[in-house]
Design a protein around this ligand. Structure first.
Ligand SMILES: NC(=O)C1=CN([C@@H]2O[C@H](COP(=O)(O)OP(=O)(O)OC[C@H]3O[C@@H](n4cnc5c(N)ncnc54)[C@H](O)[C@@H]3O)[C@@H](O)[C@H]2O)C=CC1
Ligand SMILES: CC/C=C\CC(=O)/C=C/C=C\C=C\C=C\[C@@H](O)[C@@H](O)C/C=C\CCC(=O)O
Length: 251
């Protein structure tokens, strides 16, 4: 389905990014993983190379907020795989006390990576960028304003770019709480507030469910500017928006 296509997945060493990288590889794509964690990146890429072949996996250690490194990563991906067709802006953190860092990683970095990718996607007939936002972009989390703001911002960025960019599709996915190390150290009991919240939302999503949505946003060429929500109770459902002109008429 995605053979001859090459993807960059940021934060692909674990969690949703790893599930997405694996599904892209299973779908025939070549995948470059950009990640900050040297150890996890190396373990994950070694495993994926064993599973899918050394020529289909590229490991790139970088901080997505470091613009010079990100440009190098895209250049290396193009040199290694011959093209850059797909970008999944997935790397993200939640850190209520570090609000500037949260905005840098969750919003500034996906914007910079998108603008950079667009340069490398020239000539690709299948170019698509998927941003991993969150239901937190809709349901503002009390006490975690930088995270919620970063994800609302990412949704708006995606929709805006989709309307103004010719030849590259932009979509985003908004999962609710998902079972990944972002929620806390694997194997350790979740804190009581988080457990309560997760019970309220109807349990945890699995990263593989999220990656299924991401790959759908990539492979369905009719989808552009779409915001795909995913929750345990409602499953996949698209947020419905008026066009910009329709919105103006309602102001
Ligand atoms: N787990 C959840 O409940 C949900 C997560 N999301 C979003 O999904 C995305 C992935 O999250 P998870 O897989 O849950 O997180 P995770 O913490 O399991 O994985 C994130 C990956 O990003 C990497 N990373 C973090 N900062 C980086 C940086 N500056 N440069 C490069 N790589 C960096 C980490 O090393 C890690 O491998 C994030 O954007 C998150 O906000 C959205 C909704 C729910
Ligand atoms: C509706 C939100 C949907 C998705 C959430 C999301 O994208 C990712 C969340 C990731 C991690 C959350 C970690 C929370 C850790 C704990 O500290 C919690 O106990 C904090 C919970 C709520 C904060 C409320 C408050 O501080 O008052």
């Amino acid at each position: 389905m995605l053979s001859e296509q090459s993807a960059v997945v940021t934060g692909g060493a674990q969690g949703i990014g790893l599930a997405t990288s694996r599904l892209l590889l299973q779908s025939g794509a070549k995948v470059a993983i950009f990640d900050l964690s040297k150890d996890k990146l190396s373990t994950t890429c070694d495993e994926l190379k064993r599973e899918f072949g050394t020529d289909r996996v590229l490991s790139f250690h970088c901080d997505v907020t470091d613009e010079e490194q990100v440009v190098k990563g895209f250049a290396l991906t193009k040199e290694t795989f011959g093209s850059v067709d797909i970008l999944v802006n997935n790397a993200g953190i939640t850190s209520p006390k570090e609000w500037k860092k949260t905005l840098l990683i969750n919003l500034h970095a996906p914007m910079f990576a998108s603008y950079t990718a667009m340069e490398y996607m020239k000539g690709s007939s299948k170019a698509v960028i998927v941003n991993v936002a969150s239901m937190a972009g809709f349901c503002a989390i009390p006490g975690n304003e930088s995270y919620s703001a970063s994800k609302s911002g990412l949704i708006a960025f995606t929709r805006s770019m989709a309307q103004s960019t010719e030849g590259i599709r932009f979509n985003c996915i908004c999962p609710s709480y998902t079972d990944t190390p972002l929620l806390g150290e694997p194997g350790k009991e979740l804190d009581s507030t988080l457990s309560f919240i997760i019970e309220k939302q109807g349990g945890l999503l699995k990263p593989e469910q999220v990656s299924e949505g991401i790959v759908r946003l990539i492979t369905d060429a009719s989808l552009n500017g779409q915001v795909l929500k995913l929750t345990p109770r409602k499953g996949f459902h698209f947020e419905k928006y008026d066009s910009f002109m329709e919105s103006l008429e309602k102001l």
